[in-house]
Design a protein around this ligand. Structure first.
Ligand SMILES: Nc1ccn([C@@H]2O[C@H](COP(=O)(O)O)[C@@H](O)[C@H]2O)c(=O)n1
Ligand SMILES: [Zn+2]
Ligand SMILES: [Zn+2]
Length: 611
């Protein structure tokens, strides 16, 4: 059933072909703007068990048309997985595929449909995932939670794992999906799997998230971890891998009964590439975000009663070098006969082609090409996505520059966009001083120069949190921002369009991820060598100040603007804790004005349409 009708030339000459074959989602690509760069992609090690992982895809299944590093779509990825499985068969080793949740909220293809995910979920479901966990984005609304429960979770034959999430089904509280799975790989490795969500509290009341510390004390969990017929724990979870209370609890609970059994954890939610070593036999990897990264973990040296494969034990195998000290685990093992490797693969076709090249079959099959065709058709079925709202005059970056830099998205929002469009009717004069706060986590992706469409609006901020305001004395308003900066801040990594040519190798480096994790030197885990373009951390909230500069009297009344997402939290710091004191900002037709609407409204009013 394989088609070998198109084999791309290696690396150079690839991108233009790829762009031509796919949809016309974003016409902002200028001719020549995306160079076809041969880059240095490292070989990967194959072990006895090999695991591909994705997380936080957030609907980016059509790929990144503006960034060559991540330009593959889910059809290309589907072919990659299929060919990697074929390669594993040739080598006589196991190849597994896992995902750690957050499928919704982030692109027009995913979000501009009813229900949310109507087009993206069927595409995602065509991939042969072996274990999946739920993300917080599956639980914010009852509609998405119910759709996930009824239509998505049952699709995975017992491998959609929700160890600490329940749902009310016609008023009866039930586990959302399977709490664990015990299974054997093709080559006989006996696996115990769990799927956790971090201690999330923003879910709708249709579901219940049990704190991980409680879940690991429950009878069903205790019963499963006491089993002795387990060669490896393979755990998926929508939980950041670094400094995680939740993972520490899961790890410690397992280690009580299995002091040395390998534990491979696949986390998420933090949108970064990272790998943490818990001990010499336990590792946790996070595979980034938005179809930019495929995680790759290999394990060698599993017990001898497991069918041993003809694994090519090439270079690249590494050992855990920095065991963590985890509460409740005394003497974590710091050496073992197992060895592990990890890589973060860029989500592009040259990467996929390279790693299956030894099969001499190219990448494409009718399976993946069919998915790509589907994506094209579906994007074209939503013409609203490509409608031009305006031309962004520059690129404004989420986390590449500090928020005080005019190239920062937050600088642009707070100095230019919010003052111009976020105000209640008639209250945009200096008679009504304003402060306008946003949570930075609502902004998800860079705002790039050139064409700005509804699809880009979803990418930058997909949330329909309503703008609201309340009038309070300056004495309260002036300290609000500082008081709000209390939540956890998850680090986001940044992208850049910079490139560098190495005349000795004849290869290019583009700016992209340059990851420091618990293994090897910085950049060691990145499968493609990138220029490290730096990263600037962002506070949890930022604020625009409008007509407040000359206020001296603390009793001066000031309008405070927030969104419904954090209005209750902000009210706690305002006089009288007036949660119900917020009034909605209305749009030109009297409806609500949301965080999602903000840039489109600004674009239509202030940007040209010549781009
Ligand atoms: N209605 C909402 C929901 C969430 N957010 C922001 O998104 C962050 C969570 O996204 P992950 O992909 O990291 O799970 C959350 O921390 C909020 O900042 C929002 O703004 N509005
Ligand atoms: Zn996410
Ligand atoms: Zn998340």
């Amino acid at each position: 059933c394989e088609d070998h009708d198109w084999t791309s030339p290696m690396l150079g000459g690839y991108v233009n072909h790829d762009l031509m074959k796919r949809h016309d989602l974003d016409k902002r690509i200028q001719p020549g703007a995306l160079p076809t760069l041969p880059q240095q992609i490292k070989d990967i090690h194959w072990g006895q068990v090999n695991i591909l992982s994705t997380t936080d895809t957030h609907g980016w299944l059509a790929g990144h048309l503006l960034d060559e590093n991540y330009s593959a779509d889910y059809g290309d990825f589907a072919d990659f997985v299929r060919k990697m499985k074929a390669k594993a068969d040739v080598l006589g080793v196991d190849l597994l595929l896992v995902d750690s949740g957050d499928l919704h909220d982030g692109t027009g293809l995913g979000d501009a449909t009813t229900p949310n995910g109507r087009l993206t979920l069927p595409i995602f479901q065509q991939l042969p995932y072996d274990a999946l966990s739920i993300g917080n984005h599956e639980l914010y609304t009852t509609e998405i939670a119910n759709d996930t429960y009824r239509n998505f979770a049952p699709r995975w034959g017992g491998r959609y794992l929700t160890s600490n999430v329940d749902i009310y089904d016609n008023g009866v509280r039930k586990p959302f999906s399977q709490q664990y799975a015990y299974w054997q790989t093709k080559f006989g490795v006996r696996i115990m799997s769990f799927g956790f969500l971090y201690n999330f509290t923003g879910n709708s009341n249709a579901t219940v998230v049990t704190p991980v510390g409680t879940a690991v004390r429950q009878a069903w969990f205790q019963q499963q971890i006491r089993r002795t017929d387990i060669d490896m724990f393979l755990i998926v979870g929508h939980v950041p891998v670094r400094a995680s209370t939740e993972w520490n609890l899961v790890y410690a609970a397992i280690r009580q009964y299995h002091p040395t059994t390998p534990i491979s954890i696949f986390g998420g939610h933090s949108h970064v590439r990272d790998t943490v070593g818990y001990d010499a036999n336990a590792l946790a990897l996070a595979a980034g975000r938005y179809c930019e990264t495929v995680g790759w973990v290999t394990i060698d040296g599993l017990p001898s009663n497991v069918t041993r494969a003809n694994s090519p034990m090439g270079s690249g195998t590494i050992k855990v070098t920095k065991p963590l000290s985890v509460p409740n685990v005394t003497n974590p093992i710091n050496s073992s006969s197992l060895s592990w490797s990890r890589q973060y693969l860029d989500f592009n076709r040259p990467t996929f082609e390279k790693h299956v090249a030894s099969l001499n079959q190219g990448l494409n099959t009718s399976y993946g090409q069919g998915i790509t065709k589907n994506i094209t058709t579906e994007v074209n079925s939503l013409p609203i996505l490509t409608n031009l709202l305006g031309c962004s005059p520059s690129s404004y970056y989420l986390s590449r520059y500090p928020i005080s830099d005019p190239r920062s998205l937050f600088y642009y929002l707070t100095n230019t966009v919010f003052p111009a469009v976020v105000y209640a009717e008639g209250r945009n004069t200096s008679a009504y001083p304003r402060i306008i706060l946003t949570n930075t986590g609502g902004f998800r992706y860079d705002l790039l120069a050139g064409r700005f469409t509804i699809d880009n609006a979803y990418q930058v901020n997909p949330y329909t949190n309503l703008w609201q305001y309340m009038t309070v004395p300056w004495s309260s308003a002036q300290s609000l921002l500082a008081r709000m900066q209390t939540d956890r801040v998850y680090k986001r990594q940044a992208l850049s369009n910079d490139t560098m040519y190495n005349s000795t190798t004849g290869l290019w480096r583009t700016a992209g991820y340059f990851t420091t994790d618990d293994f090897g030197a910085p950049g060691d885990g990145d499968n493609t060598l990138h220029i490290n373009q730096g990263y600037s951390s962002t506070p949890h909230y930022v604020q625009a100040n409008v007509s407040t500069a000359n206020i001296t009297d603390p009793n001066t009344m000031v309008d405070v603007y927030v969104t419904s997402f954090f209005a209750a939290a902000a009210a706690a710091y305002l006089p009288g804790n007036m949660t119900n004191g917020w009034k909605n900002v209305t749009n030109s037709t009297g409806g609500g004005f949301s965080s999602f609407d903000t840039l489109p409204v600004y674009a239509q009013r202030f940007w040209t349409k010549n781009c």
